[in-house]
Design a binder for this molecule. Structure first.
Ligand code: 5GP
Ligand code: MG
Length: 173
């Protein structure tokens, strides 16, 4: 596998989109105290950049969801890490790196909804709508992407490439 020569989304493009998403979220939740629930590991980069653009007293929690081995879905979502606090009564915004089949978001949504939050929405940096199998959708989406495997800015391939500052397509040799 090799990286595309040019990024699919450059650092500057990502920064501009994150700023616009943060402005929209800040407006929508102006009157409410917000809890970001960042889905590790992939959304850690996006979530950290986003929260720094949000005003006020935003709370941050993490959940770790694992559903992938290599570039194929294992068909099962596990949660090796869940928030230690209850999300009951909170306005929760799930932060995901990429929405593919929707299985992960669907599973996280059910886990959070069981705790009776005051509200629950999702924000995904990337969305591959053509791949959707589960009825999950994100209220906020950074970019729609075609059915290609992408890496960088938190997104990995077997734990590699996460630290690239831009997003690239992973191509066959
Ligand atoms: P879903 O559960 O929606 O099928 O997949 C969501 C998860 O699969 C993402 O959080 C991400 O970890 C992984 N994933 C799906 N598509 C891609 C992709 O193109 N690149 C990378 N690096 N991970 C992906
Ligand atoms: Mg992920």
């Amino acid at each position: 596998m090799r990286l595309s020569d040019a990024p699919l989304f450059s650092e500057e493009q990502i920064a501009r989109r994150v700023e616009a998403l943060a402005a929209q979220i800040a407006t929508d939740y102006a009157a409410q105290s917000l809890t970001l629930l960042i889905v590790l590991k992939g959304a850690a980069w996006f979530g950290a950049d986003l929260v720094r653009r949000l005003p006020g007293d935003t709370l941050v929690e993490f959940i770790r969801a694992k559903s992938y081995a290599g570039d194929t879905s294992t068909g099962e979502v596990r949660f090796p890490l869940v928030p230690e606090v209850s999300l009951a009564g909170r306005h929760v915004l799930l932060i995901e790196d990429i929405l593919d089949t929707g299985r992960t978001l669907d599973a996280v949504t059910r886990l959070v909804e069981a705790q009776a939050p005051a509200s629950l929405r999702a924000c995904a940096l990337l969305d591959k709508p053509s791949r959707r199998v589960f009825p999950a959708r994100a209220h906020y989406v950074g970019f729609e992407v075609p059915d290609q495997f992408v890496v960088g800015y938190g997104l990995d391939h077997d734990e590699h490439y996460r630290t690239l500052p831009a997003i690239y397509t992973l191509l066959p040799d």
